[in-house]
Design a protein around this ligand. Sequence first.
Ligand code: GLA
Length: 720
Amino acid sequence: MIRIDEEKLIFHLSSPAFSYVLAVEDGRLLNLYWGAPLSCADLNYLLPSFTGGASFELRENRLPLELPSVGTGWYGEAALQAENGDGNCVTSPVYGGYKVLPHKPELPGLPQVHQEGAETLQIQLVDPLTQLEAVLSYTVIGDGLARSMQLVNHGGQSLCITHMASACATLYGHDLEVVHLRGAHARERHVVRTPLGQAAYRIESQRGASGHEENPFLAAVAPNAAEHSGDVWSMNLIYSGSFAASCQVTPGENTAMMIGLNPATTRWLLEPGETFCTPEAVLVYSERGLNGMSHIYHHIYRHCLCRSPWNDRQRPILINNWEATYFNFNEDKILDIARTAASLGIELFVLDDGWFGQRDDDHRSLGDWYVNARKLPHGLKGIAEKINALGLQFGLWFEPEMISPDSDLYRAHPDWCLHAPGRPRTEARHQLILDLTRPDVQNFIIQMLTETLSSAPISYVKWDMNRNMTEAFSAFLPANRQMETQHRYMLGLYHILEEVTTSFPEVLFESCSGGGGRFDAGMLYYMPQTWTSDDTDAIERLKIQYGTSFVYPAAAMGAHISASPNHQVGRHTSMQMRGDVALGGNFGFELDLSRLSAEDLVTAKSMVEKVKRLRHITQNGEFTRLISPFGDSNYAAWQFTHENQVLLCCYRKLNEPNPCAARVFLQGLRPEAAYIDEDGHAYSGSALMHAGLPMNFFPRQDFTSRVILFTRQSERKLPS
Ligand code: GLA
């Protein structure tokens, strides 16, 4: 909801979960408040408290500026900075008016959230000297706030934009803690929480991908905030490239929080009359702790982001041959695995890397997307039809953004990759990155995918991207636009994704980047699911899936059973444990099914049946974290709640001698109602929430799990 006091120029954006209040003072746009919902937003009485009595300090440096910029008294991080023709970068945007639109305008070429009937507040600020206009957009979506900025050069001089945040807000106080999702390949999105202190805290990616190392998400939390209680303020960028996010204690002892494109990797030339749009950020405040925040993000990303019809469809159980065969397969081997998969009730076969060109290892052939006739003598159509005849859908792996130096494509177009003239081209995994700023490269990828997807019954695509940018320069761009390469690459990628996913709406697309190196809302706009990590070890996955759930819904996470011992960490775990962890996401297998023991085959079959019985709950239910696997915790637990069903998933890492009876406490149940488990035991909602459920694990061994389904029977009363 948007309420405006026209006389005092107070703007109040709100939902039942939050209020966000802006005011104009002396031409400056101020963020007076962001927090729990307010009934009245006239907060101008707070203004003197920001500036205090200090006479040696500039007022500007203490104000809660909504668009801090450099050169007139603000000494913190800038949300906007433009260098003008005479080389100085003083930027001074002043309030110029507002509009309320009855809809959410399209952000051209960028992924974004959408909601029928959502109004948008646009506030305009203009630098009187350069005539650079910044239009700040605010749309309440669910219980979150979508924010972006559009820049228009109305002046007569070229401007170079050096800072262009998507959102900036001021939080009251200076004793907050920050939470973010840090990681590495095979160790993505581990939860980090640390006191902010009296300093600036910054996370970023300069990789040209959101990256394994940091996710484009930052939260500031009250020191007493926990999973189910306390104040949390957070920002998530709907973007898949380099980004920066920061929290900084201001001289006024408040906390300025910001997210957007990374100024270290992006500068943008704005000629007179030109417009630039930042990516969109989603801001979420929760007074119900981190789970409260996650529920809001999950709701927005489940219902207001991805447009694929698959977003709401039941996702197929898949078998992927990567860890089963790596590059070493032929049609017989693939059909062997597929036959076993069919007998287990698996629904989709995904043929991974190695089906094209001379791709017998990772040294060559990216770009040569024609079938390897030695491995697949009957072509893609042949193998796909044989797989279909077994009762499985057929899916295929691509890495469309890449080029191997040893490829026909590279020999024909050596200038099609990102590279800096006169410098060596740095290879990673023996490959280079195609220059997606180029329209000819974009068209090549669109045409290649269109032809391949039309050539055979392909129902699923795994879209991989296995290295980050180096020499991010483009032979297509002039010298004064080279620092636009990274962002123009993303715009090129989004253009390709838009074309391909809308041309093939029936294909289920899954994004991937060396596992979860590009797990972000930008990719989720085009593809409803992402491969969460190359690390499929059940114990490692507890942390990865727990951390990922801070922002992204379970329906977005790919999760597979792989072999034991695990290929990444060498750990032995039971198939039951691996399956119980994987059923928390889009379930599948990634191992040689044709080599499973008779006992494992029985368990695998029962896992498939279990997932078919439960996936409507895991895909559509509300996901709540109960016990964190981080720190010294020997346990992890989460629950899914869907209509009258509650699925409790508990995991124990190591067996304990003479164990104490640890309990798990469920959340959000109806206190009075009876909840019946599948053995017919009845518990009251209040007992499960407040007295808890003892977690007894069998068999007595390391790495065990329990998955319990409760059905609520409201009419049944338990004795008081
Ligand atoms: C990446 C992916 C894997 C697999 C390989 C193939 O590492 O994350 O799942 O597809 O590439 O090369």
